[in-house]
Design a protein around this ligand. Structure first.
Ligand code: BGC
Length: 266
């Protein structure tokens, strides 16, 4: 699958347990082939081999978007909350470029998912301040101001009542502590209330696996801000980074992505 001015771009989402990749039609946001999932090895070099394997599997040539669960500055991973510490200081973009022979652009995973929602999903009609949170092993965040991404906000690591929010309110905590939806929903509420106070967003978008079960915990949230589940579910990361990688002119060195204006009909 060669890419020369084509509308199909490969997106790869590197998570704590799995690496998922698929070609994406960046006009519609749809995957054009079934996604491939490979378990995540720990070392950066082994992950690069998996990335290369995914590229080979799809016979793809062209720009690649990669989502990674860490602070990403100019392609370099600067944190490692739920991945091997060896990633800190690793130039992930360069490593993957060398492994695949293709141009690779790396973004924080929640930022990638946020881009997908702002272009194709729950945020596509929104301007102003929009905050997307992803709940999974960790809590990821993507902040948009007038359709411009403020990257690497890492709001999962905010302190709340003297403790870090992520280990207390992520999906992992709900499962590990066997919390009821109500108990967990109250924690999420406290967390979102705090974010509401800090940012006064126009909209919260809730992503991650729980976005498909929003009816279980949304009733316990009771916020002043409108809140909506993400629409692209587990594919958001892949779709968002493929979309961003297809438009290098839309992002700068610092990972700020400027999304196009709202659709004309709105
Ligand atoms: C990481 C973030 C990431 C989030 C979701 C957090 O632990 O620090 O970079 O976006 O998990 O994967």
């Amino acid at each position: 699958m060669a890419n020369s001015g084509s509308t199909v771009v490969l997106g790869i989402d590197i998570g704590g347990s799995g690496i998922k990749g698929a070609p994406v039609d960046i006009e519609s946001g749809a995957l054009t082939a079934e996604r491939l999932r490979v378990p995540t090895p720990s070392s950066p070099e082994a992950v690069a081999e998996v990335v290369a394997r995914i590229v080979e599997h799809f016979g793809y040539e062209g720009p690649i978007g990669c989502a990674f669960p860490a602070v990403i500055r100019r392609g370099v991973a600067c944190s490692a909350a739920n991945v091997d510490d060896a990633w800190i200081g690793t130039d992930a973009a360069d490593l993957f470029r060398q492994a695949t022979g293709q141009p690779v652009h790396v973004f924080n995973d929640a930022d990638g998912a946020g881009v997908a929602e702002m272009v194709f999903g729950a945020g596509r009609c929104e301007r102003g301040v929009v905050l997307m949170l992803t709940f999974g092993t960790g809590i990821g965040s993507a902040l948009f101001v007038d359709r411009k991404l403020v990257p690497n906000t890492e709001l999962g690591h905010l302190e709340l009542n003297g403790r870090r929010a992520e280990p207390w309110a992520a999906t992992r905590a709900r499962k590990a502590e066997k919390l009821s939806w109500k108990q967990w929903g109250r924690r999420v509420r406290k967390y979102l209330r705090h974010l509401e106070f800090l940012f006064s967003p126009a909209l919260f978008i809730i992503g991650g696996g729980v976005s498909r079960r929003s009816e279980k915990f949304f009733p316990y949230l009771k916020l002043d801000t409108p809140i909506t589940p993400a629409q692209l579910a587990n594919e958001a990361g892949i779709v968002g980074v493929a979309y961003a990688a297809s438009r290098p002119e839309s992002f700068d060195d610092c990972g700020r992505v400027a999304l196009s204006a709202l659709p004309q009909a709105l």
